[in-house]
Design a protein around this ligand. Structure first.
Ligand code: ZN
Length: 472
């Protein structure tokens, strides 16, 4: 293959994502439920003689949605092939997949910085069984096979080799997961998403090494970072990089040689005679398009256009569908620009700090609207607003009640604030002198003193103005 690359590092990804259907791709076995090994199985997914596969319509609908969302051109027919190999993870000795004619081709997906990554193909296939090595992959004397997973519906998404760093690969996985989540075809808590990566560097003349079985965003970045460095070192040491398949060992943080790379020809693909070709009709495509939800990028663009909120805030909020729908409920009553600022800067900060994701969030729009109204009406200071949010995210309660119970109303231009300012000036005469002699920052110290005396209940700006007035 003579491909011209311009970047120093070239990465292509093959991502396997499970589709969130109730039953497997070619039989009625459940995709979740009993975790007891080999209980969610039948003659079809165990490959018994004479058992015939029946295609799951829902899985086709989901795969079509994904292809449409990623702007793929679609195949005219759904054609399945057998990929033959001997390995205990497939009882039939072949995997039903798509080869000659993938469902979708030539799509695209944008990274967060706007760079477009081409999608070469998207095809459907069945998941193999899981192999359990009781004392570790290399140390175990025997292997156990659990066919519960065997036959689960997967989509394989193959990118063009257009990613040029470990960070971009991570971002691609993130953007893809976001789309899958929005489409409702993937459940982040129960569905599996895994990647194989093809990695090459300019210094070796772009000899490709494939890294298998990387799970999760962080892992993909780690694995690629390691592999890119490994390849650079090999070239520096005058060693030749060979076309090989490596496995990512997340525990040790290294890639390890699995085998020298087989080619697709070795699998002896044949069209599966048990599955009739299904025409992808205009109605099917129309229906996939009509249930297409607003995707993250479109939603963020709409927020900017419709509500005039900051683009960065919009992108962050729209990354998470649950957060975006909470935001939309809140802005029924709160100015969107104010709500966006508090969602991005404060709510996400508190959620991250407590390691709570949007699924686990127990406060709802009523709590947030109540809090933001207190802030907009200047009944509490920003600092108190932050503190309340920190409390209610952990233990939901109404901010108004909390303010009343704990006496958190803003200390305002009443005599009380002036009293605190005068006290601070009295106690810190040297600081006042510094300020008067031209050291403007000295005032911040006094503001801090007053904020402390009021337990954060004053407005820092107001305090500053008052201090300047008194000192003059
Ligand atoms: Zn089955």
């Amino acid at each position: 293959m003579t491909q011209k690359f311009t970047s120093n590092v070239v990465v292509g990804l093959e991502i396997h994502t499970q589709l969130n259907t109730n039953t497997k791709l070619f039989c009625g076995c459940a995709t979740s439920g009993s975790e007891e090994p080999n209980t969610r199985t039948c003659e079809v997914c165990l490959g018994m003689p004479g058992a015939k596969p029946v295609l799951n319509k829902k899985a086709v609908e989901y795969a079509l949605k994904l292809c449409v969302a990623l702007d793929c051109s679609l195949a005219k027919d759904l054609v399945f092939s057998r990929k033959s190999y001997f390995y205990p993870d497939l009882a039939k000795n072949y995997q039903i997949t798509q080869y000659e004619m993938p469902l979708g081709m030539n799509g695209k997906l944008k990274l967060s910085d706007g760079k477009e990554i081409g999608i070469q193909r998207i095809h459907m296939e069945e998941d193999p069984a899981s192999l359990v090595h009781p004392s570790g992959t290399h140390e175990s004397k025997y292997v156990l096979v659990d066919y519960n997973r065997s036959g689960n519906p997967l989509c394989e998404i193959v990118t063009k080799p257009e990613l040029s760093s470990a960070e971009e690969a991570r971002d691609f996985m993130k953007q893809l997961t976001r789309v899958l989540n929005y489409l409702g075809v993937f459940d982040i808590d129960t569905c599996i998403i895994k990647a194989d990566a093809n990695v090459s560097i300019k210094e070796s003349g772009y000899t490709r090494v494939e890294i298998k079985n990387i799970t999760g965003f962080k892992e993909i970045e780690r694995a690629l970072f390691y592999e890119i460095e490994r390849q650079k070192k090999m070239v520096e040491d005058g060693k030749e990089i060979k076309i090989e398949t490596h496995a990512w060992n997340a525990d040790k943080g290294v890639t390890q040689l699995l085998r020298s790379k087989e080619s697709e020809d070795d699998y002896g693909y044949i069209i599966d005679p048990n599955l009739v070709n299904i025409e992808i009709t205009d109605e099917m495509i129309k229906s996939a398009r009509s249930d297409m939800p607003e995707l993250p990028e479109e939603k963020a663009a709409r927020y900017v256009h419709e509500f005039d909120i900051d683009k960065g805030d919009a992108i962050v909020i729209c990354t998470d569908l649950k957060l975006a729908s909470l935001f939309e409920k809140v802005i029924d009553e709160i100015e969107p620009v104010v709500a966006a600022k508090w969602f991005r800067k404060e709510l996400l900060r508190v959620m991250n700090y407590n390691d709570i994701d949007s699924d686990a969030l127990t406060i709802n729009e009523i709590h947030i609207i109540d809090l933001l109204k207190l802030l907009v009406d200047k009944k509490i200071s920003d600092r108190v607003g932050q503190k309340i949010l920190e409390k209610i995210v952990v233990k939901p309660q109404m901010p108004t009640e909390l303010v009343e119970k704990e006496g958190l109303e803003k200390v305002s231009d009443s005599g009380e604030l002036e009293k605190h300012c005068k006290e601070a000036i009295e106690k810190n005469k040297n600081v006042v002198e510094e300020y008067k002699s031209g050291k403007v920052e000295a005032l911040n110290f006094l503001v801090g003193q007053v904020m402390r005396a009021t337990r954060g209940k004053a407005d820092a700006k107001e305090v500053k103005q008052l201090l300047i007035k008194i000192v003059k």
